[in-house]
Ligand binder design. Structure first.
Ligand code: HEM
Length: 517
């Protein structure tokens, strides 16, 4: 009798397992369509090393706006339409807010605590809450005088070293993020820290590129020793990790030291630490959120402004129209300010068009935490889904002549707001959006007020045509290019000099802000 029961129970278990496996197999076979791949390599050879967003957009034309691709170790999906992205990343944000697991960046490099690579865990949600407070409307209002003031120094640098515009963007945006995150003046106070932040950022950019590090595809490789001939990634991470940990810890500890000495000004870190009451978990969240500000701000701002300079050289008529608006509304007695944004709609449209024409984050990856179904397709838990922001911004059915720079498109009826896409989606949307927009707007407006940007000439006087070519990597900036940056007039030079003198007399400190919003 017992034997019979055993046999019956075993048979029932087998039937259930077969049923579960069969229904899983049917579902797994019902993934969104995609190109056939090779055994083992899958679609690896169909993904180019550069301009993946164009290849992904082309696949979308063939297979539809959700395309499945397989590479060794993972299956992922490309979202090529605004509708699919909003349906999943926004409307189903509670399950589409994880990140793909990057072994190289998190486990080997030491970035496991940073927000941008975290899954949607309780810790992540606490950190996002802190970021909402520390970069919310009240905080950003308090940053405005500092951001306005900082423009004068940026223009002075541009006047002195017009050819070094990329370096000027890099150093000034680094200084702004150090100030907001820690209350530091990164240039004057601690050059080493400033350089550390940039080095850190480079490491971050190099190690978060998808599909480049073998160890991300074959996580078992994380266990190979450093001396192993192909273990370049191990040696690289061993070299980099101490810098990363220093960049995470040093400015945070310095801020705490200043707080104990009573010399700390307002900043994201100091304001939030006052309310942390020594709770180590909250302090850890603050520390890593502050690093998120450095990583989030430094390169995006440099990139947006670089594309802006290129656009102004390529489209002089746009530049002239924006300058005419500034001359009429602001005049030449003072520099434009963040508060002028609503009275400068064309300049604001120029800013939007830069974000649309060359979105800094062209491909944005999320991962799904649970099995899901969409339009009858199966999306298994842990699948990485990549929003092709570039494809949406260059969708001809939405933005005509999408490769051209046409700010006027935003005054046409029904034009979508590209800023809803440029800063990401759902619970993962960029927490620095208010700071970024205020900062980028005022840099663009003050540049237009005081400088003419035109195509450069070589030593024989021939025009050097800037090429609209981007760098490979997670954040896409232009390849190095030359433009000519000249002050618009003697009056503009005087205005810059006067503004620098006035700014020197203003407080460098950020104002105290409310954490209630
Ligand atoms: C110039 C412009 C900027 C652009 C275009 C930009 C764009 C983005 C995008 C597309 C994401 C990913 C969103 C997603 O996964 O759906 C992101 C994440 C993030 N950004 Fe920005 N960003 C900019 C500036 C900033 C600034 C100024 C800060 C801080 C002050 C910042 C902090 C962050 C952080 C911490 C994250 C990670 C959020 C998370 O993973 O949950 N960003 N940003």
């Amino acid at each position: 009798m017992t034997l019979l029961l055993d046999i019956a129970a075993t048979a029932a278990t087998v039937i259930i397992l077969v049923f579960v496996f069969d229904s899983w197999r049917k579902k797994a076979n019902h993934l969104p369509p995609g190109p056939p791949g090779l055994p083992i390599l899958g679609n690896l050879l169909q993904i180019p090393a550069t301009k993946q967003y164009v290849a992904f957009q082309n696949l979308g034309h063939i297979y539809g706006d959700i395309t499945t691709l397989r590479v060794p170790g993972t299956t992922f999906m490309i979202l090529n339409s605004r509708k699919a992205i909003f349906d999943l990343f926004d409307s189903r944000s509670s399950i589409y807010s994880d990140r793909p697991h990057l072994v190289m960046a998190t486990e080997l490099m030491g970035w496991d605590g940073v927000i941008v690579l975290s899954n949607n865990t309780p810790r992540f949600r606490n950190c996002r809450k802190l970021l909402r407070k520390g970069l919310g409307p009240s905080a950003v209002r308090s940053f405005v005088p500092f951001l306005n003031r900082q423009c004068a120094f940026y223009l002075r640098d541009l006047l002195e070293r017009p050819h070094d515009f990329t370096d000027i963007f890099r150093r000034n945006s680094g200084a702004i993020s150090m100030k907001i995150a820690y209350g530091y003046d990164g240039i004057a106070e601690d050059d080493e820290l400033h350089d550390l932040a940039h080095k850190d950022h480079l490491y971050f950019m190099e190690t978060t590129v998808l599909g480049v590090w073998f160890v991300d595809m074959f996580p078992i490789l994380r266990h190979v020793p450093q001396w192993f001939p192909l273990a370049y990634f191990k040696r690289y991470s061993a070299r980099a990790k101490p810098f990363i940990l220093k960049c995470v810890n040093k400015p945070f500890e310095e801020t705490k030291r200043h707080m104990r000495a009573g010399t700390a000004g307002a900043s994201f870190t100091s304001m939030l630490l006052q309310h942390a009451q020594g709770d180590p978990e909250v302090e850890d969240c603050i520390k890593y959120s502050a690093v998120g500000i450095l990583l989030g701000q430094i390169d995006t701002t440099r990139i947006v402004l670089s594309w802006f300079f290129m656009a102004m050289a390529l489209y002089p008529e746009v530049q002239a129209k924006a300058q005419a608006e500034i001359d009429k509304v602001v005049g030449n007695e003072r520099l434009p300010r963040i508060e002028d944004k609503d009275s400068l709609p064309y300049v604001f449209a120029v800013m939007k068009e830069v974000f649309r024409w060359q979105p800094p984050a062209k491909l944005v990856p999320h991962a799904v935490s649970k099995d899901d179904e969409y339009r009858g397709y199966f999306i298994p838990a842990k699948t990485m889904l990549i929003a092709n922001i570039w494809a949406i911004m260059h969708d001809e059915s939405v933005y005509h002549d999408a490769d051209k720079f046409i700010p006027e498109r935003f005054s046409e009826e029904g034009a979508p707001d590209c800023l809803d896409d440029a800063f990401g989606y759902g619970r993962r949307g960029c927490p620095g959006i208010l700071v970024a927009q205020a900062n980028v707007f005022v840099w663009m407006a003050t540049t237009l007020a005081t400088f003419d940007i035109t195509k450069a000439r070589d030593s024989r006087g021939n025009v050097i045509e800037p090429k609209v070519e981007d760098t490979p990597g997670a954040i896409n900036g232009p390849l190095p290019f030359k433009v000519s940056v000249q002050p618009r007039s003697e009056t503009a030079v005087d205005l810059i000099k006067r503004s620098v003198e006035q700014s020197k007399t203003m407080s460098e400190r950020l104002e105290v802000f409310s954490l209630d919003e």
